[in-house]
Design a protein around this ligand. Structure first.
Ligand SMILES: [Zn+2]
Length: 150
């Protein structure tokens, strides 16, 4: 069983949410003993890196799709990387945050435009994450995709 774990970048987490994310990742790993953990080695850190690191520490096999170019389109860019994650996961956990941490001063999106307009619009209760793009692609491939909002 391949379990994808992806989500928001490190600068979207307050210290409190970061520790909740750690607990959630640990629980997902415990729920899937013997699984291969799939993730995307995001250059902005956060869920991808924490999941990869915890999986390795706890002795899980990992399947890491790292973007080789930091562009959207093109060979081994983010789009191709995201499709690899969706294709190679049986279940995909998308861990995203509800709102921005205090002091966040990069560009803000109040709604997740990846989740807007989908039948599962209940997922529109979190800030934008590229992981949601991957999640919806996974749903299109018939994968079991589970959102967790912190
Ligand atoms: Zn979303």
């Amino acid at each position: 069983m391949n379990i994808g774990i992806i989500g928001s970048g490190e600068n979207k987490f307050s210290p409190n949410k970061r520790s909740r994310a750690y607990k959630i990742i640990r629980r997902i790993l415990a729920d899937h003993p013997g699984a291969t953990i799939v993730s995307g080695h995001s250059p902005v850190g956060g869920i991808d890196i924490w999941a990869e690191s915890m999986a390795k520490t706890l002795g899980y096999d990992t399947l890491i799709f790292s973007p080789k170019q930091h562009i959207w389109e093109g060979p081994h860019g983010f789009r191709a990387r995201n499709l690899d994650i969706a294709q190679n996961s049986d279940i995909i956990y998308i861990i995203v945050v509800k709102d921005y941490p205090p002091g966040y001063n990069s560009r803000r999106f109040d709604l997740c435009y990846h989740c807007e307009g989908h039948p599962g619009k209940k997922h529109g209760d979190h800030i934008k994450s590229g992981a949601c793009w991957t999640g919806w692609k996974g749903i299109g491939m018939g994968k079991d995709v589970r959102w967790i909002v912190i």
